[in-house]
Write a protein that binds this ligand. Structure first.
Ligand SMILES: Cc1cc2nc3c(=O)[nH]c(=O)nc-3n(C[C@H](O)[C@H](O)[C@H](O)COP(=O)(O)OP(=O)(O)OC[C@H]3O[C@@H](n4cnc5c(N)ncnc54)[C@H](O)[C@@H]3O)c2cc1C
Length: 404
């Protein structure tokens, strides 16, 4: 039976209750791992300081949870070792999570390019995970605070509900993003305590903040979105950009944030599907105003702001060839050096984490600390937008669940 409980304040001093496996973190990775361990007959305790399981699953994909992507490969992940995730991904594939979803009669659909979403609500996935935990005999303790972790012959986890010990300890506490949902750097601290390296972490899949001048110019456009291509270094992302009160969001900007370091410029093609210089030349003799021509291809309010601040709008036949070239260049390669990002409060993920050199790619076990496992977002494996992060949580949880 799955049991849940809430904590009493104060640390209990009675002898440790023994389990085969303790998993810290009742998110996507932790619950998947618990199910797999439980199915192998292991006694499993999942501990979380939050009052509910799967808080991030609940808000993922706008509440409908983009739970996988049919195109999952290691190419969709960033890590210091880009091949680390390959083994786990090969053993738990998109069809595996689709069967799980189908077995629980959860309706899903492909939104675009392999992105699989729940039709109704991500709560259905959480309910399915809880149900499978129940079937596998997993005990879940929520609102339970961890005071200490130690290791001698076994791992001992001292909590607000007493001490628990286990042969295997799985850390599935996620990253630092969305602090309001209980995200902490706990997993990174545990790694350091066991002398494992942690790579530099930063918020990713996060909106950009414009420098002050651009912020004032573009803040009136908040809510406007259109197709674009955002280039950062050697990576180019096609998709919508969305103006916010302080900067830029939308899929193409969020993806670019995965690669962005302070000071890096973004180059934005505002008309990726059109040769705007060609369009100017076709209208070369026309007396049509520039803003009228542009408004045929871009949202009118954006064009108004662009014309007010970047170019002088006049009839097309009054521009010189050089001017037309420069305007086209500005629209196809708008350069911005963001002031920063909106940070962990709104970032979808934390890039970086427990250094993959420290872990077995087959089992997720720490090479220097047998019995200690790290899974999900706490590891230095970060997926692109489109269901890849949840898929990594399932796949790494599944991998550790065969061994912990
Ligand atoms: C707004 C938003 C939308 C997203 N949408 C998508 C999407 O559609 N598709 C996608 O693939 N990914 C999406 N993601 C990313 C995805 O949700 C995460 O990558 C994934 O949930 C990570 O799973 P996890 O199990 O590793 O960690 P988490 O889901 O973060 O779970 C960690 C658990 O550990 C617990 N915990 C943390 N610290 C402690 C502690 N000290 N003691 C005890 N417990 C602790 C937390 O309470 C939490 O329950 C989104 C993220 C956000 C923020």
């Amino acid at each position: 039976m799955m049991k849940t409980g809430s904590c009493n304040n104060g640390v209990n001093t009675s002898p440790a209750i023994k389990k085969d496996v303790i998993i810290i973190g009742a998110g996507a990775a932790g619950l998947m791992c618990a199910i797999e361990c439980g199915k192998r007959g292991r006694s499993v305790l999942v501990i979380d300081h939050a009052e509910r399981t799967g808080s991030k699953i609940r808000i993922s994909g706008g509440g409908r949870c983009n739970f996988t992507n049919l195109q999952v490969t290691d190419d969709h992940y960033l890590s210091r070792n880009p091949h680390f995730c390959r083994s786990a991904l090969a053993r738990f594939t998109p069809p595996d999570i689709l069967s799980f979803v189908e077995n629980h009669h959860i309706a899903y659909y492909e939104k675009e390019a392999g992105q699989m979403f729940c039709v109704k609500s991500s709560r259905e996935i959480i309910a399915a995970l809880e149900q499978e935990c129940g079937r596998a005999g997993v005990e879940i303790r929520l609102a339970c605070r961890i005071a200490d972790i130690s290791h001698a012959e076994v791992f001992t986890v001292t909590t607000s509900e007493g001490a628990f010990s286990s042969d295997s300890l799985v850390i599935a506490t996620g990253g630092l993003s969305y602090t309001k949902l209980g995200a902490t750097g706990f997993g990174h601290e545990v790694a350091r305590k066991f002398r494992l390296k942690v790579t530099q972490v930063r918020p990713a899949l996060v909106p950009f903040v414009f420098p002050g001048g651009d912020q004032r110019i573009f803040k009136g456009l908040a809510g406007i979105a259109f197709d674009s291509a955002v280039t950062i270094g050697r990576n180019k992302f096609r998709g919508n950009i969305l103006f916010t009160h302080r900067g830029l969001s939308g899929p193409a900007a969020l993806q670019a944030s995965l690669y962005w370091e302070p000071g890096d410029p973004l180059l934005i093609d505002l008309l990726p599907a059109l040769d705007i210089h060609g369009a100017f030349l076709s209208a070369r003799q026309s007396r049509m105003e520039m803003h009228t021509l542009l408004a045929g291809h871009l949202p009118r309010r954006f064009v108004q702001t662009w014309c007010d601040h970047r170019i002088v709008s006049k009839p097309i036949n009054q521009y010189s060839d050089k001017e037309l070239k420069e305007i086209a260049q500005g629209l196809h390669a708008w350069q911005i050096i963001p002031k920063g990002t909106e940070g962990y409060d709104v970032a979808e993920v934390t890039a970086g984490g427990v250094n993959t050199d420290e872990l077995s790619s087959k089992t997720m076990e720490a090479k220097k600390a047998p019995g200690l496992y790290f899974i999900g977002e706490v590891v230095d494996v970060t997926g692109m937008l489109g269901g890849y992060n949840l898929h990594w949580a399932w796949a790494s949880g599944h991998a550790a669940g065969q061994f912990a």
